[in-house]
Design a protein around this ligand. Structure first.
Ligand code: CAA
Length: 379
């Protein structure tokens, strides 16, 4: 495995780092406290090309590889995980699936503005009674000849209110179980499509998470993605890639907390010396740095396999499983190193600790990652 980044990958990483420090850091505490969606910041991310990084330039994207994407995701996540989840969903779950499986018309109409960041997208799989158990879709899509009628409720949808385009999964033929599920492109504002309440969350409080209600929503047949019954396969394929993105988000959160803890440990004095001179702190920093490096290697391996067109489901799940646990451990220890200061807003690490938790839940809980990994091991 080549551990050197290309010049282009390094340039993308640097651009993301500078953007995060100059555009995202100011106001990050206020956005979290007031649960403010980062409208202006997301608009700028679109202009910078961060919302359609891997989409081919033919469709308005950056044509970059997955390594560049995970490097940028980690840099943005070091500062503001509420922004990086918007980036992750748009890139991995919406654009990537549309480019891979959409028709030329769907790509021209939806992918191009999504990749340019002119609009953003949402991925609507979870339901009140179908989170981990995603094959149990209760939302229905009744085939009416030239259109489908969609009825049901989706839960915990990232970009739920902000998205203009929603990829919605629904059951067309219950008898066929998951082979009867379809994926549809549904535009916001269609009659019968109602955005429900905004969730009040532990972390990533700047992102907008909503339930969505569909009552007899008429969706033209040309808005179905792929063949009849392809929806669940699409969801799984897209989520494999998404999990690499969330793994890099977790990595970035951990790196951000570590950098702050390391700096603080060299400044803060206790018992007459900088606390970094105490072995209790040195051992914490050591454990944090080691877990971060291991997470990074897992993330890069999964990204590389994806770029090579190889199967990366197991490796992506391993990266997410490990990096999300690392994010939890490292942010907790970062607070511990900061002591009382770590427990208050101004030092950032308490927000990172809250933000880290979701990386063990969305795009497949840690328990689901273990199912994916063990099934691949035993195949
Ligand atoms: N890659 C490709 N295909 C996969 C797969 C993977 N990782 N995991 C399962 N599949 C396929 C199986 O091969 C099977 O296909 P066939 O029948 O054609 O062979 C099909 O999916 C169903 O699989 P199972 O029979 O194993 O069904 P199951 O119910 O036992 O397990 C599951 C399915 C793996 C648990 C699946 O439901 C799952 O991944 N659940 C988690 C859902 C999830 O990640 N949700 C995230 C929501 S989106 C989100 O969080 C976005 C956000 O806000 C940021």
């Amino acid at each position: 495995m080549d551990f050197n980044y290309t010049e282009e990958q390094l340039a993308v990483q640097e651009a993301a780092r500078e953007f995060a420090e100059h555009e995202l850091l100011p106001g990050v505490i206020e956005r979290d406290e007031k649960e403010m969606f980062p409208t202006e910041q997301v608009r700028k991310m679109g202009e910078m090309g961060f919302l359609g990084m891997m989409v081919s330039p033919e469709y308005g994207g950056g044509g970059m590889d997955t390594i560049s994407y995970v490097l940028a995701m980690a840099e943005i996540s070091k500062i503001d995980a509420s922004c990086s989840v918007v980036m992750s969903v748009n890139n991995s779950l919406v654009c990537w699936g549309l480019e891979k499986y959409g028709t030329e018309e769907q790509k021209q109409k939806y992918l191009v503005p999504l990749a340019k960041g002119e609009i953003i997208g949402a991925f609507c799989l979870s339901e009140p009674e179908a989170g981990s158990d995603a094959t149990s879709q209760r939302t229905t899509a009744e085939d009416k000849g030239d259109h489908y009628l969609i009825n049901g409720t989706k839960n915990w949808i990232t970009n739920g209110n902000t998205a203009s385009v929603h990829i919605v999964f629904a059951q067309t033929d219950k008898e066929k179980r998951h082979h009867g599920i379809n994926a549809f492109i549904i535009e916001k504002g269609l009659p019968g499509f109602v955005v429900g309440k905004k969730e009040k969350k532990l972390g990533i409080r700047g992102s907008d998470t909503h339930s969505l209600m569909f009552t007899d929503v008429k969706v033209p047949k040309e808005n179905r993605i792929g063949e009849d019954g392809f929806g669940f396969s699409l969801a799984m394929g897209v989520l494999n890639g998404g999990r690499v993105g969330i793994a890099s988000q977790a990595l970035g959160i951990a790196e951000g907390a570590f950098e702050r803890a390391l700096k603080y440990s060299k400044e803060r004095k206790a018992f007459g010396v900088e606390i970094s001179k105490h072995q209790a702190i040195q051992f914490k920093l050591t454990d944090m740095a080691t877990a971060i490096d291991a997470s990074k290697l897992l993330v890069l391996r999964a990204a590389k396999l994806k770029d090579e067109g190889k199967n990366f489901a197991k490796e992506g799940a391993m990266a997410k499983l490990f990096a999300s646990q690392t994010a939890m451990d490292v942010t907790s220890e970062a607070i511990q190193i900061h002591g009382g200061y770590g427990y208050v807003q101004e030092y950032h690490v308490e927000r990172m600790y809250r933000d880290a938790k979701i990386t063990q839940i969305y795009e497949g809980t840690s328990e689901i990652q273990k199912i994916v990994i063990s099934r691949e091991l035993l195949r």
